[in-house]
Design a protein around this ligand. Structure first.
Ligand SMILES: [Zn+2]
Ligand SMILES: [Zn+2]
Length: 274
């Protein structure tokens, strides 16, 4: 996006579906591709991390969404017509939220995601998380960072990421959320700080709801002793599922540092029915 004065909560989003363009590979990527040829992580066709068809199949989440949790309005879900109405009312007001977040105490001021977590977006996240494809973080940042609307090069925000427990770091070798945050930071020339730490591992949360997950996470995340940030922090993760992880991290940041936290994720789970 050319306009560089947006905030993550703004709605100066291009009308219709934004064009997602594949970034040009850097010389290092070109070199590596000689030995490890790229294949589309979704359909397997050779030549790129996502082939043109899968790139076009990504579902960006536009301005017609909940101001608090970022859930797209139901009329924008598959099956409904997909053209945003020029003067559409927002899916919710900031105070009330949507049917997913209404009644929840959310310690972040807003959450937004670049894409719906399905199809090619899900394949990208899986490949980064489980297949050791670290280089993917750069590609994911390149196709998503501009959709955040963050002001390029500003020193008024600090990016940070969801922490991972040491045991997972040792097993996987990296924190995928950190890799994505680093790549977004480079793409947008924004400062990134490691502000949070995870003291004990969290048991699998796949089947838990928002409140159960938060209970599960409670007291596992804390502020690093040397944490320093601007008044406005953007917390970055790969996927927003129920928002419990983001909420837990945001609460620690807000209470420990007295700052405003916004959440940015590469993708977001959108259940058709709540
Ligand atoms: Zn493909
Ligand atoms: Zn909501």
């Amino acid at each position: 996006m050319a306009d560089g004065n947006l905030t993550i909560g703004d709605d100066k989003f291009p009308a219709g579906k934004p064009q997602i363009r594949a970034p040009h590979p850097g010389p290092f990527d070109d070199f590596l591709s000689l030995f490890f040829p790229l294949r589309c992580v979704h359909c397997g066709s050779p030549g790129a991390w996502l082939c043109p068809g899968c790139l076009a199949a990504l579902e960006p989440i536009g301005p017609d969404r909940c101001r608090r949790c970022g859930r797209p309005a139901s009329r924008n879900l598959p099956g409904a017509h997909n053209q945003p109405r020029p003067h559409a009312r927002p899916a919710s007001s900031e105070s009330t939220g949507c049917r997913e977040c209404r009644g929840r105490r959310l310690p972040f001021s807003s959450a937004r995601a670049a894409f719906r977590y399905s199809g090619p977006a899900r394949s990208l996240v899986h490949a980064l998380k489980y297949s050791g494809q670290r280089r993917l973080a750069r590609f994911m940042a390149a196709i998503s960072a501009d959709l955040s609307g963050l002001t390029r090069g500003t020193r008024e925000v600090t990016l940070t990421h969801v922490p991972q427990h040491r045991s997972k770091l040792l097993a996987r070798g990296y924190n995928h959320a950190e890799l994505y945050a680093q790549a977004v930071s480079r793409c947008l020339d924004l400062p990134l700080e490691n502000l949070l730490t995870k003291r004990h591992p969290t048991p699998a949360q796949n089947r838990l709801n928002f409140h159960e997950r938060r209970k599960n996470l409670s007291e596992s995340i804390s502020l690093r002793r040397d944490a320093k940030a601007t008044r406005r922090v953007i917390l970055i993760d790969d996927v927003y599922t129920t928002g419990s992880t983001a909420a837990e991290c945001a609460e620690v940041l807000r209470e420990g540092m007295g700052i405003t936290v916004e959440v940015w994720t590469f993708a977001r789970t959108v259940k058709e029915k709540e």
